[in-house]
Design a protein around this ligand. Structure first.
Ligand code: FAD
Length: 365
């Protein structure tokens, strides 16, 4: 029997949408071209604890580390933003995928792996089912239904090393002197350090940028002759797609397919996952109460529209700034006590909350 909803892509966004639908009694089938979901593991899993809670999943079995802050680096300057309490978890990505699959299937959704959905198949499914396009940054669903393009991409390259990394802080590097490079060092677990870079797809190549980054004296000193455990390239959408809903054709895009990613860091699981839950809710209301599917876009814009715009503004501001100016900016932030303020009141996902707190309290505690 044909499902009421076909979800294309079994990443976190697709599986969360399927779980939301199945829990509300709507039949959902998820298709993924991969046989082993979540592999190869090309992305990281740094997620705010608050954001993770909003997804309503039991993530404990995927947890590999907990972080209390970040150090920002630019042009030889650094600022530390440390919170008194844990603010983020690091999750094992394949395990996160697997637990989302388990939860979707327990709720009653069907997950079919090893099946790529191309144009012909999409046309056939589309005759009888609502389609949720959760098929990642290079979405076939978006292309098939002409839902516009994504203007900005980041090309990434990352590797894991067997390095003892105990301090619970992620290091973020901004280097505009090299193709707008953004890089990170993240202690994925007590003895695994992840080193990753992203560059704007218009200017650079992820692997070359990675090689440039790990050659720098500071990073070469950290990596030394430690064993490399994995490496790989991937792509992150850095702006929203032209359209995330096609009401006439009954197609909704969620996650990376929709470009629901924070432009500052490339993190997409929290926004994309919440969007998937909203899409599921809009479909349920459409099928049961005759409401419009476009309510999905309204829900997303109400909750995340301003945040997406602020992430984009911040990202454009630092990627357009001179490298030395960024270094000076960090030094000024340190002198003004902004690191401490961000540690106490910062929010990894929702910059508007931080801005509100700033205007209410100023920099003093
Ligand atoms: C290096 C890197 C680091 C990252 N770090 C973080 C981080 O720390 N925190 C964070 O929140 N986010 C991070 N992200 C972003 C995050 O990985 C993505 O936002 C998230 O995976 C998007 O989930 P998704 O379900 O939308 O898409 P995806 O995870 O891309 O899943 C799409 C699925 O669709 C399937 N598919 C594609 N086409 C078809 C087709 N035609 N037919 C059938 N199946 C298809 C694919 O096989 C895939 O399984 C990072 C990304 C990268 C690359």
């Amino acid at each position: 029997m044909r499902s009421e909803v076909a979800v294309i892509g079994a990443g976190t966004a697709g599986l969360l949408a399927a779980k939301g639908l199945a829990k509300a009694g709507v039949s959902a089938t998820v298709y993924d071209q991969k046989h082993r979901l979540g592999y190869p593991a090309r992305a990281s899993g740094i997620l705010s604890i608050k954001g993770l809670e909003s997804l309503g999943i039991d993530y404990s079995r995927a947890l590999t580390n907990t972080l209390s802050g970040a150090r920002l680096h630019a042009a030889g300057s650094a600022i530390s933003i440390e919170s008194k309490k844990p603010i983020a978890h690091v999750l094992d990505r394949p395990e996160l995928n697997q637990l989302c699959r388990d939860e979707a299937e327990s709720a009653g959704a069907t997950v079919i792996t090893g099946q790529r959905i191309g144009g012909d198949m999409l046309s056939r499914i589309h005759d009888s089912s609502i389609i949720v396009g959760a098929d990642g940054a290079v979405s076939s669903v978006a292309r098939h239904f002409s839902m516009g393009s994504i203007q900005r991409y980041s090309l990434t390259y990352k590797a894991e090393y067997n390095i003892n990394a105990q301090d619970g802080m992620v290091d973020l590097f901004f280097d505009n002197s090299y193709k707008g490079l953004f890089a990170w060092l993240c202690p994925n677990s007590k003895d695994i350090l992840e080193v990753g870079v992203g560059v704007d797809s218009r200017h650079g190549n992820g692997k070359k940028a990675f090689e440039h980054f790990i050659k720098s004296k500071e990073i070469a000193g950290i990596i030394g002759d430690s064993k490399q455990l994995s490496e790989g390239a991937s792509t992150i959408p850095m702006s929203m797609r032209g359209s995330i809903i096609d009401e006439r054709n009954r197609v909704l895009l969620v996650g990376d397919a929709a470009g629901q990613v924070k432009a500052t860091t490339g993190g997409g699981i929290i926004f994309g996952g919440n969007a998937a839950l909203m899409a599921a809710k809009a479909i349920v209301m459409h099928l049961k109460e005759g409401k419009r599917l476009s309510d999905y876009e309204k829900m997303f814009t109400r909750k995340f529209g301003l945040e997406m715009a602020l992430h984009s503004m911040i990202s454009k501001a630092y990627s357009g700034a001179d490298a030395r100016l960024l270094g000076l900016g960090l030094r000024a932030m340190r002198v003004l006590g902004i690191g401490r303020f961000l540690g106490d009141y910062g929010d990894m996902d929702m910059p508007s909350l931080m801005i509100k707190r700033f205007f209410l309290r100023g920099l003093s505690n």
